[in-house]
Design a protein around this ligand. Structure first.
Ligand code: GLU
Length: 303
């Protein structure tokens, strides 16, 4: 396989499984469609499997109506998936098991801080660098046992955070780096954002925990997604190492721009597939627009 696009006429890679894992919080837009096309194409060219997973753990933000439009738009683009649809909202038992495994390893701690408290604490740290992803100052990691127990007894809601420093002591070199399909090797250190939340107060799991649990369960061995998610790979790599699950390969693709070269606003309905369809675009035109015309499904050429 080439760095970015699948190569034709080369030996087929055995049993490649890719996936598209949208959160149904809005319409399918061009950027997401690109991820889906890339994952679908890589699997198809390798004679592998392409799966669809609906990441709907956040019940407040996710809606069935968006799941339906995502499925409709994927089919319109000629994208089909194997093995039905997996919904994360139906997988909480698996996440609880993974959480219990992490707990047993002693790498989680309850965090009682509110967002406001964290911000205030960070503002008080004069040496805190201004970062896009502020590092959690570790307030609850250093609570005394008696203070922690007092808080737990009071029934105050808490999230579970990863004690990153302790976790890293358990991991091999392999588990603290990853290789992308273009052979670039990334070390997790540069992407570490402190002690990330592994189980949220409200839903008892997190994007990171759910994604690694499901990628392993579904046998996904090549994760294809936008490069905005590359930083998330660090904590996900740590979780894979701790849970002793297989380490997939990664392809983080560039984020795409619209036809005027402007970077797409993630939630802009103007760049939704539905909007392109209403404007008279045909599916093949979308594949061409995204530079993947050579890989468009045959059926689209004759429709
Ligand atoms: N659910 C995530 C999103 O819609 C993608 C997760 C992933 O590909 O790892 O942004």
């Amino acid at each position: 396989m080439s760095a970015y696009f699948p190569e034709r006429g080369t030996e087929k890679q055995l049993a490649m499984t890719t996936r598209f894992a949208p959160s149904p919080t809005g319409l399918l837009h061009l950027g997401h469609a690109y991820s889906a096309m890339m994952a679908f194409t890589h699997a198809r060219e390798a004679g592998g499997r392409f799966l669809l997973r609906i990441e709907d753990i956040d019940v407040e933000r996710c809606h069935l109506e968006f799941e339906e439009t995502i499925q409709r738009d994927l089919k319109w683009l000629g994208i089909h998936w194997q093995n039905g649809v997996v919904r994360q909202s139906e997988r909480s038992k698996a996440y609880q098991q993974a959480l219990a495994q992490l707990s047993e390893r002693g790498v989680l701690y309850p965090c009682f801080c509110s967002r406001k408290e964290i911000q205030e604490e960070l503002a008080n740290l004069t040496s805190a660098p201004h970062q896009q992803h502020p590092i959690y100052p570790g307030t609850c990691r250093t609570l005394s046992i008696s203070e922690r127990e007092k808080q737990l007894r009071s029934g105050r809601p808490y999230a579970l955070r990863l004690d990153t420093e302790t976790a890293l002591k358990f991991l091999s070199r392999e588990a603290t780096s990853w290789k992308e399909t273009d052979a670039t090797i990334f070390q997790i250190d540069e992407f570490l954002h402190g002690d990330e939340i592994i189980a949220r107060k409200d839903i008892g799991t997190s994007y990171h925990l759910a994604v690694v649990t499901d990628d392993a369960w579904q046998g996904v061995d090549l994760v294809i997604r936008g490069e905005d998610l590359r930083p998330s790979t660090a904590v996900q790599r740590i979780l894979q190492g701790l849970l002793k699950i297989p380490l997939p390969s990664y392809l983080h693709h560039k984020l795409i721009a619209d036809e005027n070269g402007k970077r797409l606003a993630k939630r802009s309905d103007a760049s939704s597939i539905a909007n392109y369809r209403e404007r008279g675009f045909q599916p093949l035109m979308i594949w061409n627009l995204l530079g993947l015309g050579d890989f468009a499904p045959e059926t689209l050429r004759h429709s």
